[in-house]
Design a protein. Structure first.
Length: 319
């Protein structure tokens, strides 16, 4: 039993590039800022909303507290369950789009009932923001860096509250109390679309499958990380990092010949893997292509070399 590897000069162990982690954390933090910015607008613009819709202090209190919290608290649990079992980025983008559209709907409200419904929808959407974000950070950052990442992510609430006061109040003073809801809602919907597109275009490798991206910006080898893959201008070659078992059988007329002219039937197993180094993955992608995922084709390609080596060994041995 032999093990063959694609050999290359030693190289440092590959790890996920920090800029990819920073991009993920930056987007999550920005979404969290929008999360708090949207929920603070009603409180910040309470007075003009009361005057415009003729609602009482108790009605306003229920909108900013009870109606929002009722859905926010109870929806967060099933959303967290859903994020554990489906695509977390898609859950986050849908939630962001929902609460942003509901925020814009708050600005369109013509009476108290419409504002209540829109506010409840904001609570439903925002409940889906934090659980998948925490899960994505846990997936992206190693344990020793996770605390720092969580700390940066949790800058979202104070930043969102501060921007709500500065941005929302300024727009309301310059135009109308409805304008901040429209603007912030539009920014949130656009952000949700960008998050969804990033999830669609960003391809991640795994422990079992690395890949090589070619096309625009040249060749990029990705091991335990990720890269943006754009349709048409990029091509991807996946490389199987698992150990593959390739069997060779020589019997009857195909039996091996020893030095003393004896025929030998033989069953041999070879174990092939690609070393987890950038150069080795690049060589495997260039020479083997997608055959690393097709053991039969890989065996057909390499069996001639194996048989040649076995014949060489047999010709030097006697029975």
């Amino acid at each position: 039993m032999d093990t063959l590897e694609l050999q290359v000069p030693p190289a440092p162990a590959a790890r996920r590039e920090p800029r990819n982690r920073g991009l993920v954390l930056g987007m999550l933090c920005f979404v969290y800022v929008l999360n708090f910015l949207d929920r603070q607008l009603v409180s910040i613009l309470a007075k003009p909303i009361q005057d415009s819709l003729q609602i009482s202090d108790s009605q306003l209190g229920r909108i900013t507290g009870f109606y929002f919290a009722l859905f926010y608290c109870f929806i967060a649990i099933p959303v967290g369950w859903l994020a554990d079992r489906t695509n977390r980025v898609k859950v986050l983008s849908i939630a962001c789009g929902l609460w942003s559209a509901a925020t814009a709907a708050c600005g369109m409200a013509a009476n108290y009932g419409q504002l209540v419904v829109a506010r409840m929808a904001v609570g439903v959407g925002e409940a889906g923001g934090v659980p998948p974000s925490y899960a994505i950070i846990s997936d992206t950052y190693p344990r020793e860096q996770r605390g720092t990442a969580m700390g940066i992510f949790n800058l979202g609430p104070p930043l969102g509250s501060a921007l709500g006061v500065a941005f929302g109040a300024s727009l309301a003073a310059a135009y109308d109390w409805r304008i901040p809801f429209y603007v912030v809602g539009a920014i949130g919907v656009l952000t949700a679309i960008i998050v969804y597109l990033v999830n669609w275009l960003y391809r991640r490798s795994s422990k079992e499958v690395s890949f090589v991206r070619t096309g625009l910006f040249g060749e990029k080898v990705v091991i335990n990380g990720g890269a943006f893959v754009l349709p048409i201008i990029h091509d991807v070659t996946p490389v199987n990092m698992n150990v593959l078992q390739l069997a060779v059988t020589r019997a009857n007329n195909d039996a091996l010949i020893t030095r003393d002219r004896m025929r030998v039937d033989i069953d041999a197993e070879f174990y092939v893997r690609v070393k987890p180094q950038r150069e080795a993955v690049a060589v495997a992608a260039a020479t083997l292509g997608r055959r690393t995922h097709q053991p039969d084709q890989l065996n057909a390609l390499l069996s001639g070399k194996y048989i040649s080596e076995l014949r060489t060994v047999a010709s030097g041995r006697t029975m």
